[in-house]
Design a protein around this ligand. Structure first.
Ligand SMILES: Nc1nc2c(ncn2[C@@H]2O[C@H](COP(=O)(O)OP(=O)(O)OP(=O)(O)O)[C@@H](O)[C@H]2O)c(=O)[nH]1
Ligand SMILES: [Mg+2]
Length: 279
């Protein structure tokens, strides 16, 4: 059902090398994950690259995610001695808590050194996860370029935070190798892959399928359908009927229905949803 996607455009490899170089310049890393897809938005290469440096995991877009599921993920990482926190880079919710975690790292570092230098930080994450939005939050200005599409930030820049810490902006990286289609699918649902290369109707079918497991009730409530269909296609057709997305000849407008479902999921209109749960 899922079309093949080119997961590893040329600039991704360059980005990885850039992150590797930039890592040498910083003392600690903020890894931004999408709170809706904590597994799929995690790049295993980051684990490898960051080893030895203090790291904080920030679950961004928590306003769109399932709070209970995210809390479980936070506990999971804290048990591994990795500080984690839920944030909303748009509103600033959770950011004071993140600053506190950064100050903890700074303090610990100061204890080990005679000369106290401001912490140098780097933010990493997949495209469109909210890295630039977080940078703007942390620096209190509108410096980093933000876009509602992946791949906006390409260059490199240092920014000074109010508490004196130095922050480096980096482009997002998408992992170069993936074992399963689920990861790519989840990234696409959440907007980490350019929509132009996606088959929107099929992607929406996959989303309906993914939502049916834990959030079928939200889907039914949003689209005012009695129940879920036997198949995702049936559900999609029921949604199309409800919304009146019908073409001449009573043909269902799958394209428009698919785009609507995806768009409403991304805006949180279907509900607060996390697609990947701890087992
Ligand atoms: N709902 C919600 N949207 C967010 C949040 N943080 C960022 N966004 C939105 O997500 C989109 C991408 O944000 P950016 O900050 O540009 O993401 P980025 O990671 O820098 O993206 P690239 O530079 O393309 O890799 C924008 O439309 C932001 O407004 C959040 O916490 N909640
Ligand atoms: Mg950016």
């Amino acid at each position: 059902m899922m079309q093949n996607i080119n997961w590893y455009p040329g600039h991704m490899k360059k980005t990885r090398e850039l992150i590797q170089q930039n890592l040498k310049l910083v003392d600690a890393v903020i890894e931004v994950l999408d709170a809706r897809i904590p597994v799929s938005s995690k790049n295993p290469i980051i684990d490898e690259l960051v080893r030895g440096k203090p790291r904080i995991i920030a679950f961004n877009k928590s306003d769109l995610a399932d709070e209970k599921a995210v809390d479980a993920w936070i506990d999971h990482f804290r048990e591994q001695a990795i500080p984690a926190i839920a944030i909303n880079a748009n509103s600033g919710a959770g950011v004071p808590g993140l600053l506190k975690l950064l100050e903890d790292i700074q303090e610990k570092r100061n204890q080990d050194r005679l000369r106290h230098k401001p912490l140098r930080l780097m933010i990493v994450g997949v495209p469109n996860v909210g890295k630039s939005s977080l940078i703007n939050r942390l620096t209190g200005r509108k410096s980093a370029q933000i876009g509602n599409r992946p791949g906006v930030t390409r260059g490199k820049q240092w920014l000074t935070m109010e508490n004196g810490m130095q922050l480096l902006d980096t482009p997002g990286i998408l992992w170069p190798k993936f074992e399963d289609q689920t990861t790519g699918r989840n990234l696409a649902f959440c907007g980490a892959i350019k929509d132009e290369i996606l088959d929107v109707a099929n992607l929406a079918l996959e989303l309906i399928d993914a939502l049916s497991a834990n959030y079928g009730d939200l889907l039914m409530a949003r689209y005012k359908i009695e129940g879920l269909g036997e198949t995702p296609l049936e559900t999609m057709e029921a949604i199309a009927q409800k919304r009146g997305f019908i073409l001449p000849g009573k043909r269902i407008d799958y394209e428009r229905t698919g785009r609507t479902i995806l768009d409403e999921f991304r805006r949180g209109l279907i509900g607060k949803i996390t697609l990947e749960h701890l087992v």
